[in-house]
Every structure is written in C-alpha cells, then in structure tokens.
Design a protein around this ligand. Structure first.
Ligand SMILES: NC(=O)c1ccc[n+]([C@@H]2O[C@H](COP(=O)([O-])OP(=O)(O)OC[C@H]3O[C@@H](n4cnc5c(N)ncnc54)[C@H](OP(=O)(O)O)[C@@H]3O)[C@@H](O)[C@H]2O)c1
Length: 240
C-alpha cells in the first residue's frame, strides 16, 4: 500500500516496542521514516530492519538542546510523539529527580518538539501529529502517579493544539494504549502489566502492532476530519 507515499514521518522512540511497530506500519504504507531513541546501537539495528529508506537519529527527549536540533535538522509531515519514561513508584516513595526527569522527557521535550516543528509543517501545507498517551491518563492506577499525570498533561495539550493549529491544516490527536506487551514495560513494571491486561474486558495485553494500527489511522488522510480527540486502544479498559 502506498497511501503515505511522498510523506516523511518522525517517530520518537521508534527503535522499540510501539514506536518500532508504528515505524514499520508507516513505512509499509509508503512513508519515509525517521526513528529516534537514546541508544545508538539499538537505533541502528532497528533502522536496518526498517530498510534503506529509514533513518535513525539519537536524541534524548529530556535534552532540550537535542530536541531543538532534531526539529531544526529534519522536516516531516507526520510526527508521532511516542518516546516516554514510565517509572513505577508509589507517591510516598517518589524521588524528585524521577519526577522532574519524567516531566522533562514526556511533557517538556514533546512540547518543544511540537513548537519547533509546527512552523515547518505550516510551510509544507499541513501535517498530522499523534501523541501516544495511555489508558492511565484517565484512570487511577497505584504506582503510576507521575507517569499518568504526564500523559494527562499531553492529552490536554492535544486539545489546545488542535484548536491552535487546525486553521493551518495540522491535525493533532492522541492514541491512548492500554497495557501492551513490550520489553520496555516488562522491564519497568514486571508482571503488573500482564495483570492489568487480564483485568481488561478483552482479558489480555495488546500486541504493539494493534496500537500502531490506530496511530497509522490517525496519521493518515483517512482521519482527515478528526482532530483534538483521543482514540482509546485499551481492550475496553476505559469503558469499565
Ligand atoms: N507498553 C505499554 O503497556 C504502554 C501502555 C500505555 C502507553 N504506553 C506508551 O507507549 C509509548 C511506547 O511505550 P513502549 O512500551 O513501546 O516502550 P519501550 O518498548 O520501552 O520503547 C520505548 C522507546 O522510546 C525510547 N525512549 C525511551 N525514553 C526515551 C527518552 N527519554 N528519549 C528518547 N527516546 C526514549 C526507547 O529507546 P531508548 O531506550 O534507546 O531511548 C524506545 O525506542 C510510551 O509513550 C508509553 O508511555 C505504553
């Protein structure tokens, strides 16, 4: 399929998990993809798996100078803000540096990447931004306080940005995944993610490709009249 032929997509955190599945889906639809991540070794390996048209850029979303450089040096029509930290920790045990670092990567980095990208998208005639949030942005889950607050902040930014950028033909939406089987979340949350999956109406965790399909839909022209919304891809989790 070549629905996205001629488009360039930047997927932050596109070297693993949901981001990598998204990069693969967008590349299959004909987009040129740029993936980012902190670990260059994993980045180059993932880029090779995506084929010769893919590009890897090493950047930490918590590094303000790196984020600005990313926007300055690359132009794209689709931006998938997927990279995030998801620390597990009860509020009473939370240390300040983890709190600050999570908001730096998940909110500040994403915010300034969008701010620096939008003028270029306007010059190119428009674009689509998909923010990957989480089911826990709208649910109370013990141990997810900082993480879920960062994702709720992003969901509100999406509503504001849909209104600010709509007149420039830039659509902004959220995909809010439920528990998804990735190596990253297994390392941080252990068995808890699988337990959360079993408690969903659909009774399981998602495969990253199932989340990627929703991101692809919102990034594509098929979603041409959709902006400012959240697509819950959570096996019914927010319906409970
Ligand atoms: N998996 C779930 O159950 C689940 C559920 C709801 C929402 N989500 C959301 O979905 C997104 C992807 O999650 P995932 O499970 O696919 O994660 P993952 O498998 O751990 O992959 C995370 C990706 O982001 C990159 N990354 C992490 N921190 C970064 C930073 N500070 N700067 C730049 N890149 C960074 C990682 O590469 P490096 O480590 O090399 O930087 C990797 O490419 C996140 O926004 C997460 O909050 C996940």
């Amino acid at each position: 399929m070549t629905e996205l032929a001629g488009c360039t997509a930047l997927i932050t955190g596109g070297t693993a998990g949901i981001g990598f599945a998204t990069a693969r889906r967008l590349a299959d639809a004909g987009a040129a993809v740029i993936i980012t991540g902190r670990n260059p070794q994993r980045g180059h390996q993932s880029r090779e798996e995506l084929g010769p048209a893919a590009k890897f850029v090493a950047v930490d979303m918590a590094d303000q100078a790196g984020v600005e450089r990313l926007a300055r040096e690359h132009e794209f029509d689709i931006l998938v803000n997927n990279a995030a930290r998801f620390p597990a920790g009860l509020t009473v045990d939370q240390d300040e540096s983890e709190f600050t670092h999570t908001f730096a990567a998940n909110v500040r980095g994403l915010y300034f990447l969008v701010a620096a990208t939008v003028p270029t998208m306007i010059r190119r005639g428009g674009g689509a931004i998909v923010n990957v949030t989480s089911m826990v942005a709208s649910k109370g889950v013990p141990g997810a306080s900082v993480y879920s607050a960062s994702k709720a902040a992003v969901e509100q930014l999406t509503r504001t940005w849909a209104v600010e950028f709509g007149p420039h033909h830039i659509r902004v939406n959220n995909v809010a995944p439920g528990p998804t089987a990735t190596a990253g979340v297994a390392a941080e949350w252990g068995e808890t993610n699988e337990k959360l999956g079993r408690a969903l109406p659909l009774g399981r965790t998602a495969n990253p490709a199932e989340i990627a399909e929703a991101i692809y839909f919102l990034a594509s022209p098929r979603a041409s009249f959709i902006t400012g919304t959240t697509l819950h891809v959570d096996g019914g989790g927010t319906a409970v």
